[in-house]
Design a binder for this molecule. Structure first.
Ligand code: ATP
Length: 246
């Protein structure tokens, strides 16, 4: 079995209002496409923010590629691409200029690679338009392009299909599939688009009220359940009943 590229061990992060996540443990390996599901406010973004060092765990540990994220932040994050909450772009730039700015930190990225990436996400034709004139979905595509541009080994995506049109959703799926299959890139994706996750993910985890309640291998789950959606709804009902009886 390959070594874990991400290990979250019993991570707890509680905000001042007592909400957040408790005791979450999760592992990712090369080529995993892991879907994080859960109702609004369950704790998915909190988990992803902890993984990217945007917030710190109160207890527990998180390591990426063997490096503890608090002690060795730069080494831990170097092979990671991410897209958390709506990206804050420099509106006066166009898409090519924005990706060139990202590429500044990675000297091996060529102009050709920037154009190829823009083409993959469907923005090549509008690469010279100012980002301030982009729609929400176009900005999502650009954020995806920026996340995958440096050929990361792990990509962390929070609701990446928000605002994407049908074609954009297919483009997104193809980008993820191609990188996972051809390069062994691992992905962790939080989304409410369960049909999308069913097509894309090898594993899923269900977050409920700050805890990772259930994990599963998607192809195995589909052998025993009509769909990922029916499995998810059953699990939520069980979790809610459990909480009522507790
Ligand atoms: N900065 C913050 N301060 C206080 N509470 C917060 C903060 N950020 C998140 N929370 C609370 O923590 C809980 C988990 O929020 P989180 O954003 O992780 O949920 P989520 O599963 O990503 O939700 P959604 O699907 O709606 O995006 C929620 O109850 C939320 O209100």
């Amino acid at each position: 079995m390959t070594a874990a590229i991400l290990q979250m061990k019993r991570a707890t992060k509680l905000y001042a209002n007592g909400r957040g996540i408790r005791d979450v443990s999760l592992e990712l390996r090369a080529g995993d496409v892991y879907g994080l599901l859960g109702p609004n406010g369950a704790g998915k973004t909190t988990i992803l923010k902890l993984m990217t060092g945007l917030i710190r765990a109160k207890t527990g540990s998180i390591s990426l590629f063997g490096y503890d994220i608090t002690e060795h932040f730069e080494k831990a994050m170097r092979p990671v691409g991410c897209m958390i909450e709506s990206a804050d772009f420099h509106d006066f730039l166009n898409a090519s200029q924005y990706l060139r700015m990202v590429a500044y930190y990675y000297p091996y990225i060529t102009e050709k690679k920037i154009d190829e990436t823009l083409e993959q996400v469907g923005l090549l034709n509008v690469r010279k338009d100012k980002i301030k004139h982009y729609s929400t979905g176009m900005k999502q595509k650009l954020a995806l392009a920026a996340a995958v541009l440096p050929d990361p080994k792990l990509v962390i995506l929070d609701e990446p299909t928000n605002g994407l049109d049908i074609e954009g959703t297919v483009i997104f799926r193809n980008v993820v599939k191609r990188l996972a299959e051809e390069k062994g890139t691992a992905f962790i994706i939080s989304s409410h688009m369960i049909h999308e996750l069913e097509q894309l993910c090898s594993r899923i985890g269900i977050v409920f009220e700050g805890a990772l309640r259930k994990e599963g291998n998607v192809s195995e789950l589909l052998l025993h359940n009509q769909s990922l959606e029916s499995f998810y709804i059953d699990e939520l009902q069980k979790a809610r009943k459990g909480n009522v009886h507790a």
